[in-house]
Design a binder for this molecule. Sequence first.
Ligand code: PLP
Length: 453
Amino acid sequence: MERKILLSEKEIPEQWYNIIADMPNKPLPPLHPGTLEPIGPEALAPLFPMELIKQEVTTDKYVTIPDEVRHIYSIWRPTPMFRAYNLEKLLDTPAKIYYKYEGVSPTGSHKPNTAVPQAYYNKMEGVKKITTETGAGQWGSALSFACQHFGIECEVYMVRLSYDHKPYRKVMMNTWGAKVHPSPSEATEIGKKILAEYPDTTGSLGIAISEAIEVAAKDEHTKYALGSVLNHVKLHQTIIGQEAIKQMEKAGDMPDIVIAPFGGGSNFAGLAFPFLRLNFDEGRNIRCIASEPASCPKLTRGVFRYDFGDTAGMTPLLPMYTLGHDFVPAPIHAGGLRYHGAGVIVSQLLKDKLIEARAHDNLEVFSAGVKFAQAEGIIPAPEAAHGIATAIAEAEKCKQEGVSRTILVNLCGHGNFDMKAYQDYFAGNIVKHELTQKEIEASIAKLTTPLIP
Ligand SMILES: *Cc1c(COP(=O)(O)O)cnc(C)c1O
């Protein structure tokens, strides 16, 4: 079999897939935090362009991808799919393991799949500047790249931990013309307030989101962009799974299990939703598993209730699996997975048992990452290594049970900017970290947001 399964540029899908059209239980509405009444899409208008707000709430099954966006996609799409023969051999498993490789994008992850259309729709509506947060630096890089393409100013609030660990991510953003602040920063009111209270904080995505929103809300020509969690972000990412289905068909195979790492849900949604469509439309039984860190386990150990998307409580209340909006995860290297909540669609799917979730501890994750690099050559981002850990666990289960299953995992980014993480692992500085039930309960007990019956 051909090792690399190619698609040509004309096979880049022409539409994104909107899973809301097929969900048996639609996501519950966002609520206004003051009145607790459902809010309409117009409440998002100060922060997002109208076209993205429409995509946020549409129930159309497909949304057409603008030609200009497909044109930019063609710089790196379709992304390749590979069969991990050497990893299979190393594990001595009867399972077949495929991976879809999103690390070939200009910024090294799946994030430009949504950064490009988001910048495009902002440009169409005359926006001059976009603010955002970034955890590991992947989203900030992707938005910087996309804004530079369309001539929009970009300002990034980067979680302090990553800012210190990954100085070259900052330089990358600067190369595409973006301004980068360590978060919490002195540039915003919420940043100053948090710094006064916790001067040594390593920051969190929730805090960085609050800062970026504060700046966008104050200026009518500035909008805000989010790299995960929201419905329109997941919509854009479905380009991944649609390509993957065509590639699996070319290989004459189809996955029994689809796996992707989970931060806010965008790359998981991107790969898994088009396969879930096959379950809905064709009655297939493809299992989709989200992989999260044991130190930030909102899917496997969080609660399903209304909560804020950010730390300061500036967003609407969203129905989601959460650990509590002021939960600050341990400073693990998978910065992109250090988020307290899960996107609304994915939360509803998990609640309805249409998808599954697994948590992996940090040591298991890096061991999986190194195994993968040694077998397949590509060094995975620490986030991506979570998906690989799940894939390895499933492949080992196949071996124990003496059955062959086909596994497809999203290698959502390379780890070439994550050498500090691998260095720490080799030096023995990465320790097992799992939250106690008491810690989780203490964080959730602080929530006063509405429960979901
Ligand atoms: C941002 C990021 C994640 C986590 O975000 P999702 O929205 O859950 O995809 C995971 N992996 C990589 C490489 C990322 O850049």
